[in-house]
Design a protein around this ligand. Structure first.
Ligand code: PLP
Length: 466
């Protein structure tokens, strides 16, 4: 049996076997935690960004998690499931009541919570997206979306972005663009999954310059969008373009990008699928990230926070005309119409709406970006600050001119921030990625930014511009 020696690029999160991770564990973990982590590693297959684990979580409440050492962290990571905060009392109560009323709906039966959630999703989604399938995870929902696109167009090819993540299944990994998930280790992926370079204005893959992270459109003429059109035309028979409207790494699209891609899809008979698994339900300060662009996809995929941070739930929403394969089965999952999960989804959306959480993400997110811009003025190692709402990135560089990634520094900042009670993740090794729950207050945001500033200052003293 072969092992895999050389590691792939760490686009998804910090390396979970690094020397710094080990040193953090030495400093922070007592005997009981060490034993629990050893047991975890004994039972679970090792995998990047997961096992071996950092610490043992024992509580998750509101915006906070606590580990077995009693350390409390403001959780600006949360896998993007914790929009309404962990363990929202109203959600727990609704789930408990639903378990009493109707715990499961076997195949062949409709149930009221599932129908109500489908109707609610159609109500809050843009355009005429209204035909729904539920799955238990985002990756499966992506598979369903791909199948719908194939069935509706009679084509099988896709265009997606390098560096994107769409899930771990074979279809999702095929359209994904990360080495971590689509390596030679797992063998051949779906044929016809074409990739193009994504929008990434600070590090434009086409080599165009930017100013303060913004594209110089007179120069680049949005080559990233033109290239999607180019490949659609050359291939001629693409079923769908699939992408995150705002990339969770994060990157915000240049203005007009999606309108141009939408027009190109229409011109070439391809569908547009938006993966809003992390961004949907308010993360970016609008209900959906694509609402910022005023572009409606043919298929919208959401997940993560839909289950309220308690239950696993994802959904695919399609335009009614895409309901074309009634004699076949695309998403016939055991928990397809689970009333308890559906109740969780419905209640989560009600909480988001009634507590004004989307507006909170917009307001507090704008405040955060302004404060991070101030930090950028103080710290030359901050090359770029970008984001929308509560999808925020702080990219660290060795030097602003060269933009050489400061991976070592970013990792040092992460562990120092954990010491100070703030959890987040790094993407591409050098970008501090902050995805707070939508309930985060201005005071909590200020605390987090103060932690980042202090950790950055300390980390620079410790490792230089790394
Ligand atoms: C953009 C995107 N798509 C798909 C997925 C996969 O979702 P899941 O982990 O629920 O399968 C994720 C999860 O991180 C994601 O961020």
């Amino acid at each position: 049996m072969k092992g895999v020696a050389a590691g792939p690029a760490q686009s998804e999160g910090e390396i979970n076997t690094s020397a710094r991770r080990r040193a953090w564990a030495e400093r922070n973990l007592g005997d009981a935690s060490r034993r629990a982590l050893a047991e975890d590693q004994h039972h679970f297959l090792r995998q990047s960004v997961s096992t071996p684990c950092l610490s043992v979580v024992t509580r998750a409440e509101g915006a906070y998690i606590e580990d077995a050492e009693g350390r409390r962290y403001l959780d600006f990571h949360g896998n993007n499931v914790h929009h309404i905060g962990y363990g929202h009392p109203r959600l727990k109560e609704a789930i408990a009541r639903q378990m009493d009323e109707l715990p499961f709906a076997p195949r062949r039966f409709a149930c009221a919570p599932a129908t109500a959630l489908a109707a609610k999703l159609a109500e809050i989604s843009p355009g005429d997206l209204s035909k729904v399938l539920f799955t238990t995870g985002g990756s499966d929902a992506i598979e369903v979306a791909l199948k719908i696109a194939r069935a509706a167009t009679g084509r099988h090819k896709t265009i997606s972005f390098w560096d994107s993540f769409h899930g771990a299944g074979f279809g999702a990994a095929s359209v994904g663009g990360e080495q971590l998930f689509r390596s030679h280790v797992i063998g051949p992926l779906l044929s016809g999954a074409e990739h193009v370079a994504p929008f990434a204005c600070y590090r434009c893959p086409y080599g165009y310059p930017e100013k303060d992270g913004q594209p110089l459109l007179d120069l680049c003429r949005m080559t990233c969008a033109s290239f999607v059109r180019y490949v659609l035309e050359k291939e001629g028979d693409v079923a769908a373009v699939i992408a995150e409207p705002a990339r969770a790494v994060p990157y915000i699209p240049p203005p007009g990008f999606w309108a141009e891609v939408r027009a190109a899809c229409d011109a070439h008979g391809a569908l547009l699928i938006f993966d809003e698994i992390p961004t949907g339900l308010g993360k970016t300060g609008r209900m959906f990230a694509c609402d910022h662009d005023g572009v409606v996809p043919d298929i919208l995929v959401m997940g993560k926070a839909l289950g309220g941070g308690i239950l696993p739930l994802a959904a695919v929403l399609a335009r009614p005309e895409l309901d074309v394969a009634g004699d076949y089965a695309f998403g016939h999952y055991t928990h397809e119409k689970n009333p308890v999960s559906a109740r969780a989804g419905l209640t989560t959306i009600q909480i988001i709406e009634e507590e004004g959480l989307v507006e909170n993400a917009a307001l507090v997110g704008a405040h955060a970006l302004a404060r991070l811009e101030d930090l950028k003025a103080r710290f030359p190692v901050i090359g770029d600050v970008r984001g929308r709402g509560f999808l925020i990135g702080v990219e660290l560089v060795r030097e602003r001119g060269s933009k050489e990634p400061a991976n070592d520094l970013a990792e040092e900042v992460l562990y120092r921030a954990l010491d100070r009670g703030l959890s987040f993740k790094t993407t591409f090794g050098n970008t501090l990625t902050l995805t707070p729950p939508l309930i985060t207050t201005r005071a909590q945001m200020d605390f987090a930014i103060d932690v980042i500033a202090a950790s950055l200052a300390e980390a620079i003293d410790a490792v230089g511009n790394g």
